[in-house]
Design a protein around this ligand. Sequence first.
Ligand code: FUC
Length: 820
Amino acid sequence: MKKILILFTCLIPFTGICQDNLKLWYKQPAKVWTDALPLGNGRLGAMVFGRVNQELIQLNEATLWSGGPVRTNVNPDAYANLLLAREALFKEEDYAKAYNYAKNMQGYFSESYLPLGDLTITQDLKDTVPSAYYRDLNIKNAISTTRYTINGVTYTRQVIISAPSQVIVIHLTASKTGQLSFKVGAGSLLMHNMAILPGNQLAIKGKAPAHDDPNYVDSANPITYDVTGCKGMRFQLQIKAVSKDGKISADTTGVTVKNATEATIFLSAATSFNGFDRCPVSEGKDEGKIAGDYLKKASAQGWSTLLAAHYADYHHFFNRVSFKLAAPADNSNASLPTDERLVAYTSGAKDPDLETLYFQYGRYLLISSSRTKGVPANLQGIWNKELRPPWSSNYTTNINTQMNYWPAEVANLSEMHEPLISFIKNVAVTGRRTAKEFYHAKGWVLHHNSDIWALTNPVGDKGKGDPTWANWTMGSPWMSQHLWWHYQYTKDKKYLREVAYPLMKGAAQFCEDWLVPDKDGYLVTAPSVSPENAFFDDKGKKGSVSIATTMDMSIIRDLFGNVIAAANELGDDKAFRDTIIAKQAKLYPFHIGKKGNLQEWYKDWEDPEPHHRHVSHLFGLFPGNQISPINTPELTAAAKKTLELRGDEGTGWSLAWKINFWARLLDGNHSYKMIKDLLRATAVSGTKYSGGGGSYINLFDAHPPFQIDGNFGGVSGMAEMLLQSQNNEINMLPALPDAWATGEISGLKARGNFEISMRWKDMKLTSASVLAVVGGKCSIRTSQPIKVAGVSAVSKKTANGYVTAFNTQAGGRYKISSTI
Ligand code: FUC
């Protein structure tokens, strides 16, 4: 009887196969956008609604943004105001005055990431209510399926976005001969016209706006077009249908397929974007030819050929990591459709499979949104339906863009980090100009917003932005952490020498000039903000612009440490390294406040908003490595106190950050609590901008609204619970929660380019393996003694577990077993 029951809970409608845990599936079509299912090849994106008589697929192309190359010399008054702001801060301690001067140091707002268009597939059906319905997203294969039965005919639509072929492919079948008749239509919110191309192809030819104001700016004319100038790239979407037995025709209203049994729709899109510094109009790419060439090549291949190439490409990345947790006694939640499953989980049902699904979904989303050079995943990855998306769907660099890339290395998707690295190269070019023009400083600067044009100025439309966010200056040192991480995980010296080090050095040069001495001789930043928080100063006045926030100092300390390590690694640039060593020693240090917390500000000020979503002053705990229970117990206790005072509530990304923090504090159960909060079902169409973070039913992170950083921060946090590798040692199972007492994970990466697999039972590591991709010394921390087969390892017992060190050969695989 028991066996039969298990069999039945495994059945999914139609497929007749046992549900593995790598699917999101539903018994009804998407009503709203956050019910729809995302597909992407890192450039083209689609949100599949899975509707019956009129399918809706919302489309994106990663390079489709408003605007054009950034302007230069936008604020010649900035430097004079910098000097005034410093005088107000140091001489008068007048924070309100400094705030106003900071406003005078602003440039223009970033541009916006735009939706490409909507595709509709309208079926010629007499009856539109299906007798059976199923839709899913299989993240193991990166394919979505919609299937329903109407009048005895089962219709199936499968959608993939192929990276090898650079097209979206929709494959449609009917279970009875000749029963498939439909019309494909398309539209765009952007300026466009429809055209018919030879071979019954439909095209949308369009143009992006010259400027698109952020959604939080009240403006009478937020979207402007420029028909002749360099602002506003062109784009093209081309659509073609192929069918063996159906009859195909097309006009400007759509492509019609009649009486087919099987048909394939190909979508190809491109923009004229030709780099951040090129005019997308006169120097733009030939978007029509690019889209046309992809379409021609792909449509000459059959569905099964395209599918095989798509699987091979996707599996190459996705299959590197597998993650399984032991099922609880009652695992019935796992067989529910994803929306019901999320709701049941939110009400307390145990569902470890949903947690591992969420982890793998984040990896899926990174593979699907981050494969375009110079164009990293933005606030919404590559999925956006709105003309004025939340916060312009841009790059927000005071936490969000970086969080997108926290899992890239540890989750074994190093290649997906490259779009960010190439973007950093671009912002270093514009940032050098901004540093010089705004601050008369060397090196390169990046403020809290950027876009595809590598904008680096402080935003705010010259005085309209709140300096609390607009005038944050630490983008270049924080971005440099990613350059260094990529090296730490790959150990690619050529990359370090040629790409990373010069960029890191440029960021350090900016910091050298940006730092000024305070009255005690410490090097401090001024003006300085702690994103996007405020304080009550000594006189009880609310302010936000001050001196040497803990975040600023922590980020600079992180960069300086990494620059010193990089110079040592390269055995080069000794003189510069030595100046940085000297400056590092003079940086304003951490302070522990009267509440036992890590101070956020230069002084021990009170918080007007104690539960603020940003926890910027804990940068040194994560993503930094300056605070750790093993090396700095006092600061660790202060960091813990800070988190307790901040509380567990927050936006999606704030919850995700806290998973990582608690993992670094080695408190797996608190991390797990934050996972549960991040995975709580949230309203489908909420637009509240703070508080109430969670997940939509398509498992997109809800800030709310949708923001993808929480998905990625969540993956990183889960990985940090299982494996950490900062400070020259690999910590296995550092923050295992009771709820994950038994499980296994394979393929995570540790710094030093080690690939790690681990199994554990009843909270204890049972076995592990280390693949030393490039070789070198390997130090492993575990809570119990371990044995490494075939090598002489040196083991020592410490206050925080056992450390076992051994030398590895490149390509060597080392088997580890527990000795208890
Ligand atoms: C920062 C955050 C907001 C939001 C925005 C995109 O400004 O404070 O919560 O995530 O970025």
